[in-house]
Design a protein around this ligand. Structure first.
Ligand SMILES: NC(=O)c1ccc[n+]([C@@H]2O[C@H](COP(=O)([O-])OP(=O)(O)OC[C@H]3O[C@@H](n4cnc5c(N)ncnc54)[C@H](OP(=O)(O)O)[C@@H]3O)[C@@H](O)[C@H]2O)c1
Length: 346
């Protein structure tokens, strides 16, 4: 009888979990994978690094910022207004460096910066990028901010809101921050997508829901666009800039956003929801794990991740997009963001 090695057991179980959505996306997935794959601790690999986390005042973004701060990273969190920034700062200090705890509160506080960003306004994205000019290099950019909107609406920039918040505005921010991301080697950009994207194919003429609007469909299309965009960014800019562009999904995590947008789902799945920190785990893995330098190193970028492993981008054959559609996505983003990508001319 053939023996199954412990490592093989981990990968067999991983495949079994991946085949079932509940097993993979719920808390069960991360708990079993962590145990059977013997995940290493993400030690203080972040000392000296700088990160920018959008939507860092709540849920997965707050947990990401806490995880980075605890590992020595200098973190800029963005919030929609100053009051939320002040509140998030106090929450993060209490989480990461409680009074009487092992970490020095003053030192952690000095590594935490809050900045204002409202993705509903492209002017706010440009203002943040200008402010970042004073902040120096960025090693890690986490596009975490996002939401599901009950109704279709247009922003002051004349774009459909779900598309702008998840696509156009973070794309613009990425383009404007490329000079900061290339100041040091080994920068990473992480798009926090959603497993919901598995239901939708990238069709660029539909990304802004020009026909009927259904919140979950608009959201899934925008999240699909993020995954295809990470791949396209890797193809166009990965080699010339050295930046690793990743997309990931956090699984189902108990956050204010989930409770607001899908209250019934949050109630039913209840105890099987991940904690925000479990939702943030793969973001931290992508932010902090050293690249091997090998040609086939998945940490070089262009992949879609969950629970610390690259995953398929398509569970259904009908969602597979081709290179032409990804190129059309790029053109649409460039036009809607009104930006000239690095390495091209106006
Ligand atoms: N929780 C899950 O199970 C789950 C599953 C899959 C994917 N995700 C994704 O994970 C990310 C974090 O979600 P979460 O569950 O942690 O939700 P959350 O607790 O609501 O946090 C979302 C963050 O995004 C910010 N945000 C929303 N719209 C924004 C805008 N127009 N401009 C600037 N910031 C904006 C929010 O700011 P305010 O506090 O001001 O609203 C908040 O800081 C999102 O991209 C979400 O789609 C979550």
């Amino acid at each position: 009888m053939a023996h199954v090695r412990t490592d093989d057991r981990g990968s067999l179980l991983d495949r079994a979990l991946e085949a079932s959505v509940v097993g993979s996306f719920s808390r069960i997935g991360i708990v079993l994978r962590r145990r059977t794959q013997r995940w290493p601790e993400l030690a203080d690999a972040g000392r000296g690094l700088s990160a920018l986390v959008t939507g860092g005042n709540s849920g997965i973004g707050l947990a990401t910022a806490a995880g980075l701060l605890a590992r020595g990273v200098r973190v800029v969190i963005t919030t929609r207004d100053e009051a939320k920034g002040a509140q998030a700062r106090a929450t993060l200090l209490d989480l990461v460096a409680p009074v009487g705890g092992p970490l020095d509160r003053t030192e952690v506080g000095a590594r935490l910066v809050t900045a204002s960003l409202d993705l509903d306004r492209l002017g706010s994205v440009r203002a943040l990028a200008e402010r970042i000019d004073t902040l120096g290099p960025i090693d890690v950019l986490v596009h975490n901010a996002g939401a599901m909107f009950a109704e279709r609406s247009m922003t002051e920039d004349g774009l459909e809101r779900t598309w702008q918040v998840h696509g156009v505005a973070p794309f613009l921010l990425t383009m404007l921050l490329v000079p900061h991301l290339t100041m040091r080697p080994d920068a990473r950009v992480v798009w926090v997508s959603s497993g919901g994207m598995y239901t939708e194919r990238l069709v660029v003429r539909r990304v802004d829901s020009p026909g009927g609007y259904r919140p979950s469909v608009a959201y899934a299309r925008a999240k699909r666009a993020q995954v295809e965009l990470a791949r396209e960014l890797h193809r166009r800019l990965g080699g010339s800039t050295g930046i690793a562009f990743h997309a990931m999904h956090p699984g189902w995590a108990r956050t204010p956003g989930l409770r607001t947008s899908l209250p019934t789902f949050a109630r039913i799945v209840g105890p099987l929801l991940r904690s925000p920190a479990e939702g943030a785990d793969t973001i931290l893995h992508l932010a902090l794990t050293a690249r091997s330098g090998a040609d086939d190193d998945p940490l070089a970028g262009g992949r879609f991740w969950a629970d610390r492993s690259p995953r398929t981008t398509d569970r259904l054959s009908r969602t597979v997009a081709d290179d032409a559609e990804r190129a059309a996505l790029w053109d649409r983003l460039v036009a809607d963001a009104g930006v000239v990508p690095p390495g091209t001319t106006a």
